[in-house]
Design a protein around this ligand. Structure first.
Ligand code: NAD
Length: 478
Protein backbone atom coordinates (compact mmCIF):
# COMPACT_ATOMS: atom_id res chain seq x y z
CA UNK A 1 0.00 0.00 0.00
CA UNK A 2 1.38 3.41 -0.92
CA UNK A 3 -0.12 6.46 0.73
CA UNK A 4 -0.51 9.30 -1.76
CA UNK A 5 -1.78 12.84 -1.46
CA UNK A 6 -4.61 13.74 -3.83
CA UNK A 7 -5.97 17.21 -4.64
CA UNK A 8 -9.07 17.33 -6.81
CA UNK A 9 -8.53 20.96 -7.78
CA UNK A 10 -10.98 23.25 -9.56
CA UNK A 11 -13.11 23.39 -12.71
CA UNK A 12 -13.04 19.99 -14.40
CA UNK A 13 -10.51 18.82 -11.77
CA UNK A 14 -12.87 16.84 -9.49
CA UNK A 15 -14.49 15.04 -12.45
CA UNK A 16 -11.23 13.99 -14.10
CA UNK A 17 -9.70 13.03 -10.73
CA UNK A 18 -12.69 10.83 -9.85
CA UNK A 19 -12.46 9.15 -13.26
CA UNK A 20 -8.69 8.65 -12.94
CA UNK A 21 -8.88 7.19 -9.42
CA UNK A 22 -11.74 4.92 -10.40
CA UNK A 23 -9.71 3.51 -13.30
CA UNK A 24 -6.44 2.96 -11.44
CA UNK A 25 -8.15 1.47 -8.37
CA UNK A 26 -10.18 -0.86 -10.61
CA UNK A 27 -6.88 -1.94 -12.18
CA UNK A 28 -5.62 -2.96 -8.74
CA UNK A 29 -3.43 -0.02 -7.68
CA UNK A 30 -2.59 -0.45 -4.00
CA UNK A 31 -3.10 3.12 -2.89
CA UNK A 32 -4.26 4.77 0.27
CA UNK A 33 -5.60 8.25 -0.49
CA UNK A 34 -5.06 11.31 1.66
CA UNK A 35 -7.12 14.16 0.20
CA UNK A 36 -6.24 17.81 0.62
CA UNK A 37 -7.91 20.98 -0.62
CA UNK A 38 -5.87 23.34 -2.82
CA UNK A 39 -6.76 26.03 -5.32
CA UNK A 40 -9.49 28.60 -5.79
CA UNK A 41 -11.37 28.15 -2.50
CA UNK A 42 -8.15 28.24 -0.51
CA UNK A 43 -6.98 31.34 -2.42
CA UNK A 44 -10.27 33.11 -1.90
CA UNK A 45 -10.25 32.23 1.79
CA UNK A 46 -7.29 34.60 1.99
CA UNK A 47 -4.38 32.23 1.48
CA UNK A 48 -2.38 33.86 -1.34
CA UNK A 49 -0.44 30.67 -2.07
CA UNK A 50 -3.57 28.54 -2.64
CA UNK A 51 -2.64 25.96 -0.03
CA UNK A 52 -2.99 25.76 3.77
CA UNK A 53 0.16 25.18 5.88
CA UNK A 54 -1.15 21.85 7.22
CA UNK A 55 -1.58 20.59 3.63
CA UNK A 56 2.16 21.03 3.10
CA UNK A 57 2.69 18.64 6.02
CA UNK A 58 0.53 16.00 4.31
CA UNK A 59 2.32 16.41 0.96
CA UNK A 60 5.75 16.22 2.59
CA UNK A 61 4.83 13.20 4.69
CA UNK A 62 3.36 11.16 1.81
CA UNK A 63 5.93 12.36 -0.77
CA UNK A 64 3.75 11.35 -3.74
CA UNK A 65 1.22 13.95 -4.89
CA UNK A 66 -1.42 13.48 -7.60
CA UNK A 67 -2.86 16.87 -8.44
CA UNK A 68 -5.76 17.92 -10.66
CA UNK A 69 -5.59 21.35 -12.33
CA UNK A 70 -6.50 24.37 -10.27
CA UNK A 71 -7.81 27.84 -11.08
CA UNK A 72 -5.60 30.73 -10.08
CA UNK A 73 -8.02 33.61 -9.39
CA UNK A 74 -7.67 36.66 -11.64
CA UNK A 75 -6.10 39.75 -10.16
CA UNK A 76 -2.84 40.50 -8.45
CA UNK A 77 -1.35 38.97 -5.34
CA UNK A 78 -2.07 35.29 -6.02
CA UNK A 79 1.05 33.16 -6.42
CA UNK A 80 0.97 30.19 -8.79
CA UNK A 81 0.64 27.07 -6.64
CA UNK A 82 2.32 24.97 -9.32
CA UNK A 83 5.47 27.08 -9.36
CA UNK A 84 5.52 27.25 -5.53
CA UNK A 85 5.10 23.47 -5.18
CA UNK A 86 7.86 22.70 -7.68
CA UNK A 87 10.29 25.04 -5.98
CA UNK A 88 9.42 24.30 -2.33
CA UNK A 89 9.63 20.56 -2.84
CA UNK A 90 12.72 20.72 -5.10
CA UNK A 91 10.89 19.04 -8.01
CA UNK A 92 13.72 19.74 -10.40
CA UNK A 93 12.68 17.59 -13.37
CA UNK A 94 9.49 18.04 -15.35
CA UNK A 95 8.98 15.08 -17.67
CA UNK A 96 6.38 15.26 -20.43
CA UNK A 97 6.05 12.40 -22.90
CA UNK A 98 4.34 13.52 -26.13
CA UNK A 99 3.32 10.68 -28.43
CA UNK A 100 0.86 10.76 -31.27
CA UNK A 101 -1.98 8.25 -31.42
CA UNK A 102 -2.39 8.10 -35.18
CA UNK A 103 -4.81 7.24 -36.80
CA UNK A 104 -7.16 7.52 -33.80
CA UNK A 105 -6.34 11.09 -32.81
CA UNK A 106 -5.91 13.52 -35.69
CA UNK A 107 -2.35 14.83 -35.99
CA UNK A 108 -0.03 16.12 -38.70
CA UNK A 109 2.75 14.03 -37.10
CA UNK A 110 1.75 10.37 -37.09
CA UNK A 111 5.10 8.97 -35.89
CA UNK A 112 5.91 11.50 -33.21
CA UNK A 113 7.20 10.10 -29.91
CA UNK A 114 9.25 12.58 -27.91
CA UNK A 115 9.85 13.29 -24.24
CA UNK A 116 10.54 16.83 -23.05
CA UNK A 117 12.64 17.01 -19.91
CA UNK A 118 12.31 20.54 -18.59
CA UNK A 119 14.38 22.06 -15.81
CA UNK A 120 11.77 23.03 -13.25
CA UNK A 121 13.27 25.21 -10.51
CA UNK A 122 15.42 28.01 -11.85
CA UNK A 123 16.03 30.19 -14.93
CA UNK A 124 13.71 33.22 -15.21
CA UNK A 125 11.24 31.42 -12.92
CA UNK A 126 13.32 32.45 -9.91
CA UNK A 127 10.87 35.35 -10.18
CA UNK A 128 13.41 37.95 -9.06
CA UNK A 129 12.25 41.12 -10.78
CA UNK A 130 12.94 44.80 -10.19
CA UNK A 131 12.01 48.12 -11.68
CA UNK A 132 15.24 50.08 -11.78
CA UNK A 133 14.45 53.23 -13.73
CA UNK A 134 11.32 54.90 -15.09
CA UNK A 135 11.75 53.01 -18.31
CA UNK A 136 13.45 49.73 -17.43
CA UNK A 137 12.48 46.60 -15.48
CA UNK A 138 14.58 43.49 -15.16
CA UNK A 139 14.12 39.78 -14.43
CA UNK A 140 17.12 37.81 -13.23
CA UNK A 141 17.90 34.66 -15.14
CA UNK A 142 19.65 32.38 -12.64
CA UNK A 143 21.21 29.16 -13.87
CA UNK A 144 23.23 27.01 -11.46
CA UNK A 145 25.71 24.20 -12.03
CA UNK A 146 23.82 21.84 -9.69
CA UNK A 147 20.58 22.74 -11.48
CA UNK A 148 22.12 21.90 -14.86
CA UNK A 149 23.85 18.75 -13.68
CA UNK A 150 20.72 17.36 -12.05
CA UNK A 151 18.43 17.92 -15.02
CA UNK A 152 20.90 16.81 -17.70
CA UNK A 153 21.79 13.67 -15.76
CA UNK A 154 18.08 12.99 -15.27
CA UNK A 155 17.55 13.24 -19.04
CA UNK A 156 20.35 10.77 -19.81
CA UNK A 157 19.33 8.33 -17.05
CA UNK A 158 15.73 8.52 -18.26
CA UNK A 159 16.85 7.84 -21.85
CA UNK A 160 18.90 4.87 -20.65
CA UNK A 161 16.05 3.43 -18.59
CA UNK A 162 13.49 3.90 -21.36
CA UNK A 163 15.82 2.51 -24.01
CA UNK A 164 15.74 5.74 -25.95
CA UNK A 165 18.47 6.47 -28.44
CA UNK A 166 19.20 10.17 -28.35
CA UNK A 167 19.19 13.16 -26.01
CA UNK A 168 19.02 16.61 -27.59
CA UNK A 169 19.77 19.84 -25.74
CA UNK A 170 18.11 23.17 -26.69
CA UNK A 171 19.67 26.47 -25.55
CA UNK A 172 20.34 29.97 -26.83
CA UNK A 173 24.01 30.01 -25.86
CA UNK A 174 25.06 31.99 -28.92
CA UNK A 175 23.44 34.96 -27.14
CA UNK A 176 23.45 34.00 -23.44
CA UNK A 177 26.99 32.73 -23.23
CA UNK A 178 27.13 32.57 -19.43
CA UNK A 179 23.69 31.18 -18.49
CA UNK A 180 22.70 29.02 -21.46
CA UNK A 181 26.43 28.53 -22.03
CA UNK A 182 26.68 26.75 -18.67
CA UNK A 183 23.67 24.55 -19.45
CA UNK A 184 25.22 23.54 -22.79
CA UNK A 185 28.66 22.99 -21.27
CA UNK A 186 27.24 20.71 -18.54
CA UNK A 187 25.27 18.85 -21.22
CA UNK A 188 28.51 18.19 -23.15
CA UNK A 189 30.30 17.07 -19.97
CA UNK A 190 27.57 14.65 -18.88
CA UNK A 191 26.87 13.33 -22.39
CA UNK A 192 30.41 11.86 -22.35
CA UNK A 193 29.39 9.58 -19.48
CA UNK A 194 26.72 7.99 -21.72
CA UNK A 195 28.58 6.95 -24.91
CA UNK A 196 25.77 4.50 -25.83
CA UNK A 197 23.27 7.37 -26.17
CA UNK A 198 23.55 9.78 -29.08
CA UNK A 199 23.68 13.44 -28.11
CA UNK A 200 23.28 16.72 -29.95
CA UNK A 201 22.72 20.42 -29.28
CA UNK A 202 20.45 22.78 -31.23
CA UNK A 203 20.06 26.50 -30.87
CA UNK A 204 16.52 26.76 -29.48
CA UNK A 205 14.98 28.86 -32.27
CA UNK A 206 15.79 26.55 -35.13
CA UNK A 207 15.47 23.52 -32.84
CA UNK A 208 11.92 24.54 -31.93
CA UNK A 209 11.05 25.10 -35.58
CA UNK A 210 12.43 21.67 -36.46
CA UNK A 211 10.52 20.06 -33.57
CA UNK A 212 7.23 21.62 -34.68
CA UNK A 213 7.87 20.58 -38.28
CA UNK A 214 9.65 17.21 -37.97
CA UNK A 215 9.18 15.92 -34.41
CA UNK A 216 10.20 12.43 -35.50
CA UNK A 217 13.79 13.74 -35.69
CA UNK A 218 13.86 13.95 -31.87
CA UNK A 219 13.71 11.53 -28.99
CA UNK A 220 14.44 13.02 -25.53
CA UNK A 221 14.92 16.81 -25.44
CA UNK A 222 16.33 18.54 -22.36
CA UNK A 223 16.12 22.31 -21.86
CA UNK A 224 16.05 25.16 -19.36
CA UNK A 225 12.79 26.08 -17.63
CA UNK A 226 11.22 28.78 -19.83
CA UNK A 227 11.97 27.08 -23.15
CA UNK A 228 10.66 23.81 -21.70
CA UNK A 229 7.47 25.46 -20.50
CA UNK A 230 6.67 26.78 -23.97
CA UNK A 231 7.88 23.86 -26.05
CA UNK A 232 6.30 21.10 -23.99
CA UNK A 233 2.89 22.66 -24.69
CA UNK A 234 3.77 22.90 -28.38
CA UNK A 235 4.89 19.28 -28.40
CA UNK A 236 1.73 18.08 -26.64
CA UNK A 237 -0.53 20.14 -28.91
CA UNK A 238 0.98 18.78 -32.14
CA UNK A 239 0.42 15.18 -31.06
CA UNK A 240 -3.25 16.10 -31.49
CA UNK A 241 -4.43 17.56 -28.17
CA UNK A 242 -3.03 19.06 -24.97
CA UNK A 243 -5.84 17.16 -23.25
CA UNK A 244 -3.97 13.86 -23.70
CA UNK A 245 -0.65 14.61 -22.01
CA UNK A 246 0.42 14.11 -18.42
CA UNK A 247 3.51 15.23 -16.64
CA UNK A 248 5.72 14.15 -13.78
CA UNK A 249 7.52 16.63 -11.54
CA UNK A 250 10.34 14.73 -9.90
CA UNK A 251 12.45 15.70 -6.91
CA UNK A 252 14.97 13.89 -4.74
CA UNK A 253 12.37 13.41 -1.95
CA UNK A 254 8.93 14.19 -3.34
CA UNK A 255 7.15 13.99 -6.70
CA UNK A 256 4.01 15.50 -8.16
CA UNK A 257 1.98 14.09 -11.07
CA UNK A 258 -0.59 16.01 -13.08
CA UNK A 259 -2.23 16.69 -16.45
CA UNK A 260 -0.57 19.43 -18.48
CA UNK A 261 -3.82 21.30 -19.18
CA UNK A 262 -5.67 23.71 -16.91
CA UNK A 263 -8.98 23.57 -15.07
CA UNK A 264 -11.12 24.42 -18.15
CA UNK A 265 -13.74 26.20 -15.99
CA UNK A 266 -16.21 26.54 -18.88
CA UNK A 267 -16.43 22.74 -19.13
CA UNK A 268 -16.78 22.11 -15.41
CA UNK A 269 -19.65 20.06 -13.98
CA UNK A 270 -20.93 18.87 -17.38
CA UNK A 271 -19.33 15.40 -17.49
CA UNK A 272 -17.60 16.24 -20.79
CA UNK A 273 -13.90 16.65 -19.92
CA UNK A 274 -11.31 14.18 -21.12
CA UNK A 275 -9.61 12.56 -18.11
CA UNK A 276 -6.72 11.23 -20.25
CA UNK A 277 -4.13 13.88 -19.32
CA UNK A 278 -4.51 13.24 -15.60
CA UNK A 279 -4.69 9.49 -16.23
CA UNK A 280 -1.33 9.73 -18.06
CA UNK A 281 0.08 11.58 -15.03
CA UNK A 282 -1.31 8.83 -12.77
CA UNK A 283 0.32 6.13 -14.93
CA UNK A 284 3.67 7.89 -14.53
CA UNK A 285 3.01 7.94 -10.78
CA UNK A 286 2.25 4.21 -10.72
CA UNK A 287 5.52 3.50 -12.52
CA UNK A 288 7.34 5.82 -10.15
CA UNK A 289 6.13 3.95 -7.06
CA UNK A 290 6.87 0.56 -8.60
CA UNK A 291 3.29 -0.44 -9.49
CA UNK A 292 4.53 -1.26 -12.96
CA UNK A 293 2.06 -4.04 -13.75
CA UNK A 294 -0.93 -1.83 -12.90
CA UNK A 295 0.53 1.06 -14.92
CA UNK A 296 0.92 -1.25 -17.91
CA UNK A 297 -2.61 -2.64 -17.59
CA UNK A 298 -4.14 0.85 -17.42
CA UNK A 299 -2.11 2.22 -20.32
CA UNK A 300 -2.99 -0.70 -22.59
CA UNK A 301 -6.68 -0.43 -21.67
CA UNK A 302 -6.57 3.31 -22.38
CA UNK A 303 -4.93 2.73 -25.80
CA UNK A 304 -7.52 0.05 -26.60
CA UNK A 305 -10.36 2.44 -25.65
CA UNK A 306 -9.02 5.16 -27.96
CA UNK A 307 -8.55 2.56 -30.67
CA UNK A 308 -12.17 1.41 -30.20
CA UNK A 309 -13.16 4.98 -31.15
CA UNK A 310 -14.64 5.77 -27.73
CA UNK A 311 -13.74 9.45 -27.53
CA UNK A 312 -14.58 12.52 -25.45
CA UNK A 313 -15.71 15.64 -27.34
CA UNK A 314 -12.23 17.18 -27.59
CA UNK A 315 -10.84 14.39 -29.79
CA UNK A 316 -14.11 13.22 -31.36
CA UNK A 317 -13.98 13.24 -35.18
CA UNK A 318 -16.72 11.96 -37.45
CA UNK A 319 -15.32 9.04 -39.43
CA UNK A 320 -12.52 8.04 -37.02
CA UNK A 321 -14.45 8.11 -33.76
CA UNK A 322 -17.29 5.69 -33.08
CA UNK A 323 -18.92 6.93 -29.89
CA UNK A 324 -18.89 10.34 -28.22
CA UNK A 325 -18.80 9.85 -24.46
CA UNK A 326 -18.63 11.88 -21.27
CA UNK A 327 -15.98 11.69 -18.57
CA UNK A 328 -17.71 8.94 -16.57
CA UNK A 329 -18.54 6.81 -19.60
CA UNK A 330 -14.96 7.10 -20.84
CA UNK A 331 -13.70 5.87 -17.46
CA UNK A 332 -16.18 2.95 -17.58
CA UNK A 333 -14.96 2.04 -21.08
CA UNK A 334 -11.33 2.02 -19.94
CA UNK A 335 -12.25 -0.16 -16.95
CA UNK A 336 -14.08 -2.58 -19.25
CA UNK A 337 -10.89 -2.84 -21.33
CA UNK A 338 -8.58 -3.62 -18.37
CA UNK A 339 -6.62 -6.74 -19.28
CA UNK A 340 -6.96 -6.07 -23.03
CA UNK A 341 -4.33 -4.69 -25.37
CA UNK A 342 -4.59 -2.45 -28.42
CA UNK A 343 -4.16 -4.16 -31.77
CA UNK A 344 -3.18 -1.28 -34.06
CA UNK A 345 -1.54 1.10 -31.61
CA UNK A 346 1.58 -0.37 -30.04
CA UNK A 347 0.91 -1.89 -26.64
CA UNK A 348 3.29 -1.00 -23.80
CA UNK A 349 5.47 -3.07 -21.53
CA UNK A 350 6.93 -1.25 -18.57
CA UNK A 351 9.73 -3.62 -17.68
CA UNK A 352 11.75 -1.33 -15.52
CA UNK A 353 10.20 2.06 -15.06
CA UNK A 354 10.52 2.68 -11.34
CA UNK A 355 11.81 5.97 -9.91
CA UNK A 356 15.30 6.87 -11.05
CA UNK A 357 17.88 6.96 -8.33
CA UNK A 358 20.38 9.64 -9.21
CA UNK A 359 23.62 10.34 -7.37
CA UNK A 360 23.55 13.43 -5.14
CA UNK A 361 25.19 16.55 -6.58
CA UNK A 362 28.81 16.86 -5.49
CA UNK A 363 30.17 20.38 -5.21
CA UNK A 364 33.46 20.87 -7.08
CA UNK A 365 36.48 22.48 -5.35
CA UNK A 366 36.24 26.26 -5.44
CA UNK A 367 37.92 28.01 -8.37
CA UNK A 368 40.33 30.95 -8.03
CA UNK A 369 38.00 33.95 -8.04
CA UNK A 370 39.48 37.38 -8.80
CA UNK A 371 37.74 40.75 -8.87
CA UNK A 372 38.73 42.47 -12.13
CA UNK A 373 36.25 45.32 -12.44
CA UNK A 374 32.75 46.55 -11.72
CA UNK A 375 29.65 47.49 -13.69
CA UNK A 376 27.88 50.46 -12.17
CA UNK A 377 24.29 50.81 -13.41
CA UNK A 378 23.05 54.37 -13.59
CA UNK A 379 19.59 55.92 -14.00
CA UNK A 380 20.08 58.96 -16.23
CA UNK A 381 17.49 60.65 -18.44
CA UNK A 382 19.94 62.27 -20.88
CA UNK A 383 20.48 61.01 -24.38
CA UNK A 384 24.12 61.69 -25.32
CA UNK A 385 26.46 58.95 -24.03
CA UNK A 386 29.46 61.33 -24.35
CA UNK A 387 27.79 63.67 -21.87
CA UNK A 388 27.22 60.79 -19.43
CA UNK A 389 30.82 59.61 -19.88
CA UNK A 390 32.10 63.08 -18.98
CA UNK A 391 29.93 63.12 -15.81
CA UNK A 392 30.88 59.60 -14.79
CA UNK A 393 34.61 60.04 -15.40
CA UNK A 394 34.60 62.56 -12.52
CA UNK A 395 34.06 59.69 -10.04
CA UNK A 396 37.09 57.68 -11.21
CA UNK A 397 39.61 57.11 -8.42
CA UNK A 398 42.63 55.02 -7.42
CA UNK A 399 43.44 54.03 -11.00
CA UNK A 400 39.97 52.53 -11.53
CA UNK A 401 38.66 54.15 -14.72
CA UNK A 402 35.60 54.10 -16.98
CA UNK A 403 36.21 51.67 -19.84
CA UNK A 404 32.81 51.40 -21.49
CA UNK A 405 29.15 52.45 -21.33
CA UNK A 406 26.37 50.27 -22.69
CA UNK A 407 22.64 50.85 -22.99
CA UNK A 408 20.56 47.66 -22.89
CA UNK A 409 23.80 45.76 -23.50
CA UNK A 410 24.92 47.69 -26.59
CA UNK A 411 28.15 49.65 -26.41
CA UNK A 412 27.40 53.35 -26.80
CA UNK A 413 30.69 54.77 -25.45
CA UNK A 414 33.44 55.02 -26.56
CA UNK A 415 32.73 55.13 -30.29
CA UNK A 416 29.00 54.43 -30.19
CA UNK A 417 26.61 54.88 -33.11
CA UNK A 418 24.30 57.87 -33.01
CA UNK A 419 21.59 55.59 -34.44
CA UNK A 420 21.52 53.38 -31.31
CA UNK A 421 18.34 54.01 -29.34
CA UNK A 422 19.01 54.69 -25.66
CA UNK A 423 16.71 54.35 -22.64
CA UNK A 424 17.37 55.81 -19.17
CA UNK A 425 19.28 52.69 -17.97
CA UNK A 426 23.07 52.81 -18.44
CA UNK A 427 25.81 50.37 -17.54
CA UNK A 428 29.14 52.03 -16.80
CA UNK A 429 32.01 49.54 -16.71
CA UNK A 430 35.01 50.39 -14.55
CA UNK A 431 38.31 48.55 -14.88
CA UNK A 432 41.65 49.04 -13.13
CA UNK A 433 44.41 50.63 -15.21
CA UNK A 434 47.42 48.51 -16.22
CA UNK A 435 49.37 47.49 -13.11
CA UNK A 436 46.54 48.46 -10.71
CA UNK A 437 44.39 45.98 -8.76
CA UNK A 438 40.78 46.52 -7.79
CA UNK A 439 39.20 45.58 -4.46
CA UNK A 440 35.80 46.10 -2.83
CA UNK A 441 36.93 49.35 -1.14
CA UNK A 442 37.49 50.81 -4.61
CA UNK A 443 33.88 50.01 -5.47
CA UNK A 444 32.62 51.70 -2.28
CA UNK A 445 34.79 54.72 -3.19
CA UNK A 446 33.24 54.87 -6.68
CA UNK A 447 29.74 54.74 -5.15
CA UNK A 448 30.60 57.49 -2.62
CA UNK A 449 31.94 59.70 -5.40
CA UNK A 450 28.80 59.03 -7.46
CA UNK A 451 26.67 60.10 -4.50
CA UNK A 452 28.65 63.34 -4.20
CA UNK A 453 28.25 63.99 -7.93
CA UNK A 454 24.48 63.26 -7.74
CA UNK A 455 24.79 60.33 -10.14
CA UNK A 456 21.85 57.97 -9.50
CA UNK A 457 23.43 54.50 -9.18
CA UNK A 458 20.82 51.72 -9.16
CA UNK A 459 23.02 48.68 -8.73
CA UNK A 460 26.50 47.27 -9.16
CA UNK A 461 27.65 43.96 -10.59
CA UNK A 462 31.15 42.85 -9.74
CA UNK A 463 33.24 41.49 -12.60
CA UNK A 464 35.13 38.32 -11.70
CA UNK A 465 37.36 35.83 -13.37
CA UNK A 466 37.17 32.20 -12.23
CA UNK A 467 40.46 30.35 -12.74
CA UNK A 468 41.42 33.10 -15.17
CA UNK A 469 38.25 32.79 -17.28
CA UNK A 470 36.00 35.86 -17.56
CA UNK A 471 32.73 35.36 -15.70
CA UNK A 472 30.93 38.22 -17.45
CA UNK A 473 29.86 39.15 -20.95
CA UNK A 474 31.39 41.82 -23.16
CA UNK A 475 29.28 44.72 -24.38
CA UNK A 476 27.64 44.03 -27.74
CA UNK A 477 29.86 45.71 -30.30
CA UNK A 478 32.82 45.76 -27.90
P1 NAD B 1 -7.11 25.10 -20.03
O1 NAD B 1 -6.06 24.08 -20.28
O2 NAD B 1 -7.92 24.94 -18.79
O3 NAD B 1 -8.12 25.11 -21.26
C1 NAD B 1 -7.70 25.34 -22.60
C2 NAD B 1 -8.72 24.73 -23.58
O4 NAD B 1 -8.61 23.32 -23.57
C3 NAD B 1 -10.19 25.03 -23.24
O5 NAD B 1 -10.90 25.18 -24.43
C4 NAD B 1 -10.64 23.80 -22.50
O6 NAD B 1 -12.03 23.58 -22.60
C5 NAD B 1 -9.83 22.69 -23.20
N1 NAD B 1 -9.50 21.60 -22.29
C6 NAD B 1 -8.52 21.60 -21.36
N2 NAD B 1 -8.47 20.43 -20.72
C7 NAD B 1 -9.43 19.67 -21.25
C8 NAD B 1 -9.88 18.34 -21.00
N3 NAD B 1 -9.32 17.57 -20.06
N4 NAD B 1 -10.91 17.88 -21.74
C9 NAD B 1 -11.46 18.62 -22.67
N5 NAD B 1 -11.10 19.87 -22.97
C10 NAD B 1 -10.10 20.39 -22.26
O7 NAD B 1 -6.42 26.52 -20.07
P2 NAD B 1 -6.95 27.97 -19.67
O8 NAD B 1 -8.38 28.11 -20.10
O9 NAD B 1 -5.94 28.90 -20.17
O10 NAD B 1 -6.88 28.02 -18.08
C11 NAD B 1 -7.99 27.80 -17.22
C12 NAD B 1 -7.51 27.84 -15.77
O11 NAD B 1 -6.60 26.77 -15.54
C13 NAD B 1 -6.77 29.12 -15.36
O12 NAD B 1 -7.22 29.52 -14.08
C14 NAD B 1 -5.33 28.68 -15.30
O13 NAD B 1 -4.60 29.43 -14.34
C15 NAD B 1 -5.46 27.26 -14.85
N6 NAD B 1 -4.32 26.38 -15.23
C16 NAD B 1 -3.96 25.46 -14.29
C17 NAD B 1 -2.95 24.56 -14.56
C18 NAD B 1 -2.59 23.56 -13.49
O14 NAD B 1 -3.18 23.57 -12.44
N7 NAD B 1 -1.62 22.70 -13.75
C19 NAD B 1 -2.30 24.58 -15.80
C20 NAD B 1 -2.72 25.52 -16.77
C21 NAD B 1 -3.74 26.41 -16.47
Amino acid sequence: MTKITVAKGDGIGPEIMDATLEIILAAGAKLEIDEIEVGEKVYLAGNTSGIAPESWDVIRKNKIFLKAPITTPQGGGYKSLNVTTRKFLGLYANVRPCKSLHPFVKTKHPVMDIVIVRENEEDLYAGIEHQQTDEVVQCLKLISRPGCEKIVRYAFEYAKQQNRKKVTCFTKDNIMKQTDGLFHQVFDEIAKEYPEIENEHWIIDIGAAKMADTPEAFDVIVMPNLYGDVLSDVAAQITGSVGLAGSANIGEECSMFEAIHGSAPRRAGQNVANPSGLLQGAIMMLNHIGETAVAEKVQNAWLKTLEDGIHTYDIFKEGTSKQKVGTKEFAKAVIANLGKKPTILKSVTYANDAALNLPKYKRKPMGKKELVGVDLFVHWDGTDPNELAAKVKIIESGGITLSMITNRGIKVWPEGFKETFCTDHWRCRFKPNEGVEINKSNIIELLKNALNEKIDTIKTENLYTFDGKAGYSLGQGQ
